[in-house]
Design a protein. Structure first.
Length: 137
């Protein structure tokens, strides 16, 4: 039991599990964005055409046997869905980057006092450990 506990702490299993749960929720958001926001206008402009039913018939089917065909329409539809999904994800990521960039800009820069205090701290550390002395300018 202690080995499992050490493994979970060392490997950050809980962080990974939380990331996977968030990824699943993020996937649902993106799928909803594509299906509910992006695809309806696309369907409107293409007059509701469904290209997933397009196929090339290799062999005509005698009665009772299944048709032998290449369903290239499904492939095209999957490729289009992939492109739309990729564009939607890139839009969401760009928006997230802008938000985080604004947060970084909003943070106050360290003051001159903080810089001096850090320098004093480093000098005190170097005096405690003479072998790690910092060459001062």
């Amino acid at each position: 039991m202690t080995d499992l506990k050490r493994f979970m702490i060392r490997r950050r299993t809980v962080d990974i599990a939380a990331g996977l749960v968030l990824a699943g929720a993020f996937r649902q958001i993106i799928v909803s964005l594509v299906n509910d926001v992006i695809l309806p206008p696309v369907s409107y402009f293409t007059s509701g055409a469904n290209i997933s039913n397009l196929s090339y018939v290799l062999k005509k089917s005698p009665t009772g046997l299944p048709l032998v065909s290449i369903g290239y329409g499904k492939f095209i539809q999957t490729a289009i869905d992939f492109v739309i999904l990729g564009v939607a994800i890139s839009m969401v990521l760009r928006a997230a980057e802008k938000v985080t960039a604004e947060d970084v800009k909003a943070r106050p820069k360290s003051s001159q006092e903080e810089a001096l205090l850090k320098e004093i701290r480093d000098l005190l550390k170097s005096q405690k450990n003479p072998q790690n002395q910092v060459n001062s300018v």
